[in-house]
Design a binder for this molecule. Structure first.
Ligand code: IPD
Ligand code: CA
Ligand code: CA
Length: 265
């Protein structure tokens, strides 16, 4: 394993330990509403601090972009961290959430870890060296037709500007696929596309820390990731489509009719 990936795995497992311990006592967790429907708990913050400490110890010069504490440092290496993706699920005891850690080198994602502490599922990738689930190689699904595909998504719930466009996409994808799922952790959803548990995925308005690691997992597992038009730029816009190459290509024309100018990024 690449030494930088190894440190990221160590950091993710430490955060996982904190999250698992806290999950046994959900009643006593202090929660704050950062913005409407945007919750952060002391567990998010503690997990993030544990990750940052671990990374800093090994790479004191690297920059960091973390959901709860923002960005710090300046370096061609930047760690992009979501300490707990799926906080709403976590707070409800709904066991679908993950830790996401990616490393960008000169703006290109080169290392990725998504760790599901509930199942002890570890998804990792190094650019150019493939993606792994625990010890074994990851491949996206081979399902060729969207009619038999299982598609993941995330519903808009905070920012509702694009709700009508989203519902149009959703209607067309429900009509044309085998089923739609909204598990509630974008990072884990993307890892599941990489693992072939989902054949495709799309969501609007995500943040960099939700998708940085997951997008490398998918690319390294033989899948495709793009913005709503299938192009680059999804890390900045947060609008993302992903899937095995065949399903990716069949999702785009179901999404295209519902794009407004603001969604063509
Ligand atoms: C959220 C989850 C969710 C997605 C949201 C994200 P958080 O992350 O990934 O699946 O639909 O848009 O913000 O806030 O739990 O880290
Ligand atoms: Ca998140
Ligand atoms: Ca989070």
């Amino acid at each position: 394993m690449h030494p930088m990936l190894n440190i990221a795995v160590k950091a993710a497992r430490r955060a996982g330990g904190i999250i698992n311990r806290a999950s046994r006592n959900l009643d006593v967790i202090a929660v704050k509403e950062k913005a409407a429907k945007d919750f952060v708990s002391e567990v998010d913050r503690e997990a993030e601090q544990a990750i940052i400490r671990t990374l800093r110890e090994a790479y004191p010069g690297h920059a960091i972009l973390a959901e709860e504490s923002g960005s710090s440092g300046s370096s061609e290496f930047q760690w992009i961290i979501d300490p707990l993706d799926g906080t709403t699920n976590f707070l409800h005891g709904f066991p679908q959430y993950a830790i996401s850690i990616a490393l960008a080198h000169k703006g290109v994602i080169t290392q990725a870890v998504v760790y599901d502490p509930v199942r002890n599922d570890l998804f990792t990738a190094t650019k150019g060296r493939g993606a792994f689930f625990n010890e074994s190689r990851l491949r996206v699904s081979k399902r060729p037709h969207i009619q038999t595909a299982l598609i993941g998504t995330g519903f808009p719930y905070r920012q509702l500007d694009h709700l009508e466009s989203y519902l149009g996409m959703m209607r067309d994808i429900i009509r044309n696929s085998a089923g739609l799922r909204r598990p509630g952790s974008a990072a884990l959803d993307l890892a599941w596309v990489a693992a072939g548990r989902l054949d495709g995925f799309w969501e609007l308005g995500l943040s960099k820390w939700d998708i940085a690691a997951g997008s490398l997992l998918i690319n390294e597992a033989g899948g495709l990731v793009g913005n709503l038009q299938g192009n680059e730029g999804y890390l900045d816009s947060g609008n993302i489509v992903a899937g095995n190459p065949k399903i990716f290509a069949q999702l785009l024309p179901l999404i295209a009719p519902h794009l407004t100018a603001a969604l063509r990024d």
